[in-house]
Design a protein around this ligand. Structure first.
Ligand SMILES: [Zn+2]
Length: 280
């Protein structure tokens, strides 16, 4: 594990602690300066001093990416059937899902639909870390496949923004099945000659990294995003190997060829439009 772990910017955590806190002023976890929150929000939830990218929910993500008012969401009412009747430490999956819904932008950990980005029509899927850590269960898989099908049917570029702690363990093997299902759907898109731009945000881990997130024709990451399968602590405990400094950060993955480019949040719209024009 990286030794210099005092800053959240460098540390490893899947807890949603890096969203913008309440209040007029916030302490930036990147540069540790106290910044005027309004300035950071106007800067798309990025620290104006050091470019630290705060975590954002799906609603803000869509607002920053899509042309104003252009997102037409589909399958908004689809919810999990709780296939295992899951109980854990006095709570149930249903209770946790109901609580998550109050924090998230929708009824599940992904929002899908059609949108325009700088006038280009796209099939857009955006994960929401605020809903059970952006975990992938049957509904996330199904909605993502619907977005892929729409891209195929209407010959639209597919844009997927990932933010996920991985597969949703409350659904056991059903959640793991989504890895194969989404990968197979992307193979159909590829056969149809479609374009898939995958955007990895902080954090993108577990079953999402091990399936659709890394299958993009172009893979873009936000600066310093945590991207990996198992976390450094799990790896250390399992194989007793300390990981190199910066391992699982976007910059390390770019250097080692797992990511094609790192794009600042403010440039994401322009970069997607440029890639669509270049490839379509
Ligand atoms: Zn900062």
């Amino acid at each position: 594990m990286a030794k210099d772990n005092k800053s959240q910017w460098d540390g490893f955590s899947l807890k949603p602690r890096r969203e913008m806190p309440e209040g007029l002023w916030v302490k930036c976890p990147g540069c540790e300066k106290t910044i005027y929150k309004k300035k950071a929000v106007e800067n798309r939830d990025v620290c104006p001093e050091c470019d630290y990218h705060f975590r954002i929910g799906a609603a803000d993500r869509i607002r920053y990416l899509a042309d104003e008012g252009s997102f037409e969401q589909i399958h908004t009412e689809m919810v999990s059937a709780d296939p295992l009747d899951f109980h854990f430490r006095g709570t149930t999956y249903k209770d946790r899902a109901a609580a998550a819904e109050t924090r998230a932008a929708g009824k599940e950990a992904i929002l899908v639909g059609k949108a325009f980005i700088k006038g280009r029509g796209v099939s857009l899927a955006v994960m929401d870390f605020n809903y059970l850590g952006g975990s992938m269960g049957a509904v996330v898989g199904e909605k993502l496949c619907a977005a892929i099908d729409k891209a195929i049917e209407e010959k639209l570029p597919l844009i997927v923004v990932s933010a996920s702690g991985g597969a949703r363990m409350h659904e056991g093997v059903v959640s793991l099945g989504q890895m194969a299902k989404t990968s197979a759907a992307l193979a159909r898109l590829d056969d149809a000659g479609g374009l898939f731009i995958s955007i990895l945000t902080d954090p993108t881990t577990g079953g999402v990294t091990a399936s659709f997130a890394m299958l993009g024709d172009v893979i873009i990451a936000e600066p310093k995003a945590l991207i990996g399968f198992a976390g450094p602590r799990t790896i250390l405990e399992t194989i007793k190997v300390e990981l190199p400094e910066g391992f699982q950060r976007a910059e390390f993955l770019l250097e080692h060829g797992f990511v094609d480019m790192i794009v600042h949040r403010k440039d994401m719209r322009s970069e997607i439009a440029r890639l669509i024009d270049y490839t379509c």
